[in-house]
Write a protein that binds this ligand. Sequence first.
Ligand code: MLT
Length: 323
Amino acid sequence: MNFRTLASIATLLTVLTAPLQAETYPSKPVTVIVPFAAGGPSDVLARALADKMRTALKETVLIENVTGAAGTIGVTRAVRSPADGYTLSFGHLGTHVVNGAIYPLPFDLVNDLDPVALLGANPMLVVSKNAIPAKTFKELIDWLKANQAKATLGTAGVGSGAHFSGVFLQNLIGTHASYVPYRGTGPALQDLVAGQIDIIVDQASNSLPQVQAGTIRAYAVTDSKRLSALPDVPTVDEAGLPGFHVSLWSGMWAPKGTPKEIVAKLNEAIRAAIDDPAVQKRYAELGLEPPAQDQRTPEALRTHQKAEIEKWWPVIKAANVKP
Ligand code: MLT
């Protein structure tokens, strides 16, 4: 029996058994691969949702942090997992859009992953260690211009949200301070609090609790409206840098070829998690916006991801960002 015949039989078997797989799904724990370090904004959001997905799926939902190269290691691991609904890829604008314009990925971000659901979005927050002698965003920019030879910006790797937002900021103000990569902005934030690095353009959900605790300073939010959880922090428009808008959205994907009935079950579990009152409270505390009601289908994630690729790839390629 030649290879082609074998492949056809395998495909036929997959098609025939998919409905049965879906009926009994899930029959073992589901693993969500988070491509950044524990304790960071991706990890915190994934764990908050996983907690409630367990209820809807009646099965354990595990988080596995697979870090490195701004998330490309973890996403590659997910792409290469069996398309059976037991391994999912958590990611965001950086991992499932920007990295495609920077890294020679061994897969296609759109064609090798099946969308499951958009999870929510938050703007970035420009934050610094408390020792920086700047009280306003304008003073911070002046400080950066005067100290760019030694100033450091923490990131989660080239292509991460903190990195491309930092590049965006420095391109706008004409500085070239250096970037310090971490396995996530959880560890980067720890170093900022400790005064080891100077600035992070961080997901608001990550830095917000430290700003509220007074252990770091916030200067501006990359949005046209202030965060209700940080009413005293101006928008970049109010602070003198209009147009420095970044909304970092997150999503969940499955390996290509995951049976659509299983994707539907996962999408329903995520919708139920997002609508859970405890999760809605957590979103509000962290400055996270849940997806609009008409943006909660798998197709909505696919459409959004494609639109963001159209928007960001030319910018990233023009900036000649290299790993
Ligand atoms: C990023 O900067 O890409 C993320 O905030 C990193 C993370 O979630 O740890």
